[in-house]
Design a protein around this ligand. Structure first.
Ligand SMILES: [Zn+2]
Length: 419
């Protein structure tokens, strides 16, 4: 039985590696080329930098993934897991509290492994390409705050879920309900409780831009929510814009770095794209799908936990409840890998729909194309993903495709007269 799970997991890791490898070679082959549509906006120097940055990031991701997966495999498929499981169980008589310690300990170990990589990413890679604006002190504070937050969340979720598993007959329904409730609650709470722990938000300083954003929202048939700017530049030079929250608490957040880089028309185009996701109910559709998938997942978990052969999948005779859930986590990771292209394709479809929506709403597809090119240039984005890699993983169509698509729309969507 052990060979089945180990073999499938190794196969997934090997496929991931092959995809990385072909993407890497493609990137090296294309380095220095100027993509069509980008001629006026990027210099040869920027392109070279973007290529180096992409390769640097990919190298770091590769080392991190190989280190993490090797340690995880060693832990899972050797007597280490049974030893660790016994240790956690010996600390408490209850499978609920013992299980909580099991997960907290594992998360703590994973965090320890991640810290040096995070340091290297911020103070070596990002620093080298001029993106890092964080100080060691700020970075340390961020690490500790996120560790504590995650620990609290894991402890609460583990205790309540494991308690439901031990105390109710059809626990899969109850645990599913709990997880849905917690996710929705976090979505509502996050802008007010979690995000302010890291960033400070204030109303958009550019009053004219704020007015334009409100008019844009009205044209899209939406009530104008809060338009905020966030001091992302304290940590990094990367730029972005996003919507958070559900229902009435939805807010529009613009990175101060984005405001530095783009003109008002381009910011408007980026927001029109975000409004598109909102109006076309993309976020809602994804939530519904993931709720349905997780319902199926919890039902399967319910059936598999009842199967006494489960520990044999990792070569163990016996495992605590928490240990058995860890085995299921590995199975879920394999299933997740197999469905990645489907989920990515659906997401890319939504991105195209949101681009079309933005082009119609602003009647200036070229503003969005310009904004995307600027985002690519300023963030040294990867312009040359291998088509297979992009097809498998990319949640957004590759930038070149998006720009080319918008430039085609330009011919069918004439400029409105300037107001
Ligand atoms: Zn989007």
């Amino acid at each position: 039985m052990k060979t089945l799970l180990l073999g499938s997991y190794l196969l997934v890791l090997a496929l991931e590696m092959v995809l990385r490898l072909i993407d890497w070679c493609h990137q090296r082959r294309c380095q220095g080329q100027v993509p069509p549509g980008f001629e006026a906006a990027v210099t040869a120097e920027t392109l070279e930098q973007a290529g180096d940055y992409t390769l640097g990031r990919k190298k770091l991701e590769l080392v991190e993934s190989v280190a993490g997966e090797t340690l995880f495999l060693l832990f899972l498929f050797t007597p280490l897991l049974t030893g660790y499981d016994r240790l956690a169980s010996s600390l408490s008589n209850s499978p609920v509290w013992g299980g909580m310690l099991f997960f907290l300990g594992l998360f703590g170990l994973r965090w320890l492994l991640d810290v040096p990589f995070s340091w290297h990413r911020t103070f070596r890679l990002e620093e080298r390409f001029g993106f890092n604006r964080s100080t060691l002190r700020l970075w340390l504070a961020d690490q500790i705050k996120s560790l504590l937050l995650a620990m609290i969340l894991i402890a609460l979720l583990a205790v309540s879920s494991l308690w439901l598993v031990t105390a109710t007959a059809h626990w899969w329904l109850w645990v599913w309900g709990l997880w849905i409730a917690v996710s929705l609650f976090l979505m509502v709470l996050s802008p007010y409780v979690i995000e302010p722990l890291f960033f400070s938000f204030k109303p958009l300083a550019d009053e004219e831009l704020a007015q334009r954003v409100r008019r844009l929202m009205e044209r899209a048939g939406l009530q104008a929510g809060m338009v905020l700017q966030v001091d992302a530049s304290r940590r990094s030079g990367h730029s972005n814009a996003y919507f958070t929250g559900i229902g009435k608490v939805k807010r529009i957040v613009l990175f101060d770095t984005l405001l530095e880089q783009m003109d008002r028309e381009e910011v408007e185009a980026v927001l029109a794209h975000e409004i598109g996701h909102w109006r076309l109910r993309h976020i809602f559709k994804r939530l519904v799908l993931s709720a349905l998938v997780s319902l199926g997942g919890f039902f399967l978990a319910y059936r598999l936990i009842a199967w006494e052969g489960l520990p044999s999948l990792v070569g163990a005779d016996d495992l605590s409840l928490a240990g058995q859930f860890l085995v299921l986590f590995v199975a879920a990771r394999i299933a997740n890998f197999l469905t990645t292209p489907l989920s990515a394709a659906w997401s890319r479809h939504h991105e195209n729909e949101a681009d079309d929506f933005a082009a119609q709403l602003t009647r200036r597809p070229q503003a969005l194309a310009g904004a995307l090119i600027k985002l690519a240039r300023e963030n040294l984005a990867n312009l040359f993903p291998h088509p297979y890699y992009a097809w498998f993983y990319y949640s957004h169509p590759p930038l070149m495709e998006r720009v080319a698509r918008l430039q085609k729309l330009r011919s069918i969507s004439p400029e409105p007269p300037q107001a």
